[in-house]
Design a protein around this ligand. Structure first.
Ligand code: PMP
Length: 409
């Protein structure tokens, strides 16, 4: 197992191995098909093995797999990103979201000369030491939002607040504002289930950062190019100082990026004094796949379709819940991201997510899997739709959800 959530530890039972995938379907090693709501954890909004992405990769692979010097494909994808995200004046490619977040933190510290950073409980920003504090995703599903091996001296520099609580944020800034280099957040947290921001919360955080001269870092590894071409920042009309992108920008290959205000990015080596490097940064295959996927999303107006599919699925699930008189299920959705929580109250932060019925989730998950529907194997992850999901797939899924609700009671 090369990444913990894949182990099924949070839901029990044996994980399966994938043999191949196409569109919205994943086949296991025995050839059994599943309608896939993981879609490589959000990297594939057009579904698996999209023909355009595949063609771009075939073309690129014949020209060499890695050069160790700059190549035009890096520039092509970089320019495409910059035109979609007005807040990104300059950017640096990396090989993973973890690496991009880690570098953004170092850059924020170097730029501001401050040491503390602020994150929100349940948000996941990869597994660098500073950010493995009250982290979401696999760290959370193993019941350990904090990791062994992170020196206390490092963890102490990471301040943590509950999500969606503007009063707590204001209070903390009043005390610590001058020492905070940056606030890092997922604008729509999707690593502790899905926790949409309450109206005004992101605006409040933006204001606090501006007032106290701390940098605001939007981790758009999941939301970038998914909630719209310009990500969550376009959707909510907020301009962060730095942005992290990942998943979609690599088209299913390892790539991520950090970008933002030019005067901040100028501090990166070689021009600046903050170090970052990577043998495979800007890898030509990942650049080709990412650019092809993004161009195809734009050409086909994929975001409109993703929103339609999300709205359709949500309304079908809500109808089902009301027909069954299910009072203890919450449906949370933003565009093509959605999750179900087994609890009777809306989930606005990690606290409520942790209070949901995880045992019922595990039974629910296994019933779905049995019926050929693959949801993320944890109550603290988010489902991903792709344009390859058909209305028929969604109807089949809703029928399976009906049975899974019955069987999981
Ligand atoms: N940030 C967010 C919001 C993520 O969802 C993830 C991964 N799921 C990461 C950062 C880390 O990215 P990677 O797994 O590529 O290191």
């Amino acid at each position: 197992m090369n990444s913990p959530v894949r182990s099924f530890r949070a839901v029990g039972g044996e994980p399966f191995f994938a043999r191949r995938a196409a569109g919205a379907t994943l086949w296991d090693a025995d050839g059994r098909p599943y309608i896939d709501y993981v879609c490589s954890w959000g990297a594939l909004p057009l579904g698996h093995a999209h023909p355009r992405v595949e063609a771009a990769l075939r073309e690129a692979v014949g020209e060499g797999t890695s050069f160790g010097v700059p190549n035009p494909r890096e520039v092509g994808l970089g320019e495409r990103i910059r035109s979609a995200f007005p807040s990104i004046e300059k950017l640096r490619m990396t090989s993973s979201g973890t690496e991009a977040c880690m570098t953004a933190i170092r850059l924020a510290r170097g730029f501001t000369g401050r040491e503390k950073i602020l994150k929100f409980a349940g948000c996941y920003h990869g597994h660098s030491d500073s950010l493995l504090v009250k982290a979401g995703s696999g760290a959370l599903t193993h019941g350990e939002p904090d990791s062994a091996g992170v020196p206390r001296a490092v963890a102490e520099l990471t301040l943590v607040l509950p999500w969606n609580d503007p009063f707590a944020a204001r209070e903390l800034f009043a005390r610590e504002g001058e020492r905070i280099a940056a606030v890092i957040l997922e604008p729509v947290p999707a690593n502790a289930g899905l926790l949409p921001p309450r109206p005004g919360f992101l605006e409040e955080v933006r204001e606090l950062c501006t007032e106290h001269e701390a940098l605001l870092i939007f981790d758009e590894v999941i939301t970038g190019f998914r909630l719209g071409m310009g990500g969550a920042q376009e959707r909510f009309g907020i301009r962060p100082d730095l942005t992290i992108l990942g998943k979609i920008v690599g088209g299913g290959l390892p790539a991520a990026a950090l970008g933002g205000r030019a005067e901040i990015l100028d501090r990166l080596a070689p021009d600046g004094d903050v170090y970052h490097a990577g043998t495979l940064s800007g890898n030509p295959l990942a650049m080709a796949a990412g650019l092809a996927q993004i161009e195809e999303m734009e050409r086909t107006d994929a975001h409109k379709r993703l929103e339609q599919l999300g709205a359709f699925l949500e309304s079908e699930i809500r109808m089902l819940l009301s027909r069954r008189g299910e009072k203890k299920v919450q449906v949370q959705r933003v565009s093509s991201l959605f999750c179900l929580f087994f609890t009777d109250r809306p989930v606005i932060s990690l606290q409520e997510a942790l209070e949901s019925d995880r045992k019922r989730f595990a039974r629910f998950f296994h019933s779905l899997l049995q019926q050929g529907i693959f949801f993320p194997p944890s109550p603290f992850e988010t489902c991903f739709l792709s344009t390859a999901h058909s209305e028929q797939d969604l109807e089949k899924t809703v029928a399976a959800i009906a049975r899974a609700l019955e069987e999981s009671q």
